[in-house]
Design a protein around this ligand. Structure first.
Ligand SMILES: Cc1ncc(COP(=O)(O)O)c(C=O)c1O
Length: 355
């Protein structure tokens, strides 16, 4: 039987695959998805329950309350804020906004694994630029910008390696990028940064060329509700708004995000605990003989190259889900202290077993 025609890119695209067993309850130690290990604060649960009582109505398509709360919290004009169903939806809107025949996107690599897939889906050619000593090589990225480049994707802290772009490096880079090329700074893990030299995209968003992506999925603990936001120049934001689906952020997600912002101090205390655990876990892994680059996010990167899959399998057999990048390395999320203990114990035993 002849099948209906669908774009060949769909056959070629890899299917996103979560760690095995993650959604069947088989993994008591979930360290693969960079989520917050903390359950919602009572104030957030209450906001969710209240909003759930009105789900017969469509949500506010303009996310007005949340937009105003974000504008206040980040010190920007409400017109500079665009809310989406997770930063992935905003990334997709950005690709829709730049996709035209021959368009290219330049990004560091390895970086967030969905960048090349979203590009392919939008018909935009990816130009990956290898990291240098684990960090974004901004001069090399600048060198790959051509007349076809419509967008540059920077990620700080970078997923999966955890390194940051410094404020000085970003300033220098923005001064050199052609003004018609949009620069996207993905700061999904910004709240975990403790390096004083690291960039803070909010300080740069008055430039029409730059947009910053943030999310409620990590430090704010709302991964299950899908809500993220973009900050940029109001002229750019009002055009990007049209590239999003209407009603895409549910009323429950909007209410939870407003509540989370009002409880920011408590949530940031939890982030501080994760940062403490990050230090402890990294020290433990270093002591066990691993090479572990400094990470400013809620995960650590183990550059195990050809042994990555074996380490991932070893963890899986101990019911610990980690994210394996075959041939490159393994990313482990910082979890609750006992999750991190389980990881440290598995990692120490693996070293002994493979020695
Ligand atoms: C760098 C980066 N950007 C964006 C996202 C997507 O986050 P969201 O849950 O807001 O779609 C992730 C999720 O892991 C990420 O690591």
């Amino acid at each position: 039987m002849t099948e209906p025609w669908l774009r060949p890119v769909l056959t070629e695209l890899p299917q996103y695959a979560p760690a095995p067993g993650l959604y069947s309850g088989a993994v008591p130690t979930p360290l693969s998805a960079n989520e917050s290990p903390h359950e919602p604060l009572p104030g957030i649960s209450r906001a969710i329950t209240e909003a759930a009582g009105a789900v017969n109505r469509y949500p506010d398509p303009g996310c007005h309350r949340l937009t105003r709360a974000l504008a206040r919290a980040r010190g920007v004009d409400p017109g500079a804020v665009l809310v989406g169903a997770g930063s992935v939806a905003l990334l997709q809107a950005l690709f829709h906004a730049i996709a035209e025949p021959g368009a290219e996107v330049v990004h560091g690599w390895p970086s967030f694994e969905l960048y090349p897939s979203l590009a392919a889906l939008a018909g935009v050619a990816s130009v990956p630029v290898p990291l240098r000593d684990g960090a974004f090589d901004l001069p090399a990225i600048g060198g790959r910008i051509s007349t076809r480049t419509r967008m540059v994707l920077l990620c700080s802290p970078n997923n999966p390696t955890g390194g940051v772009i410094s404020a000085d490096a970003l300033r220098g880079f923005l001064a050199r990028v052609p003004p018609r090329c949009l620069v996207v700074l993905d700061e999904a893990y910004h709240e975990y940064v403790r390096d004083p030299a690291a960039c803070n995209g909010v300080e740069f968003v008055s430039r029409p060329q730059l947009v910053v992506l943030r999310t409620f999925s990590k430090a704010y603990g709302l991964a299950g509700l899908r809500v993220g936001y973009l900050l940029g120049a109001p002229g750019v934001v009002s055009l990007l708004r049209k590239a999003l689906t209407v009603y895409e952020v549910s009323a429950v997600a909007q209410a939870a995000a407003v509540a989370a912002l009002s409880l920011q101090d408590e949530l940031l205390e939890r982030v501080a605990q994760t940062v403490g655990e990050r230090r402890r876990t990294r020290d433990g892994l270093l002591a066990a003989g691993y090479s572990v680059p400094d990470s400013q996010a809620n995960f650590l990167w183990l550059p195990l190259s050809r042994r990555a899959a074996d380490f991932g399998e070893w963890c899986r057999s101990r019911s610990i889900a980690v994210r394996v990048f075959p041939g490159e390395g393994v990313r482990v999320t910082i979890g609750r202290p006992h999750d991190n203990d389980a990881l440290l114990s598995a990692a120490a035993h693996w070293r002994q077993a493979v020695r």
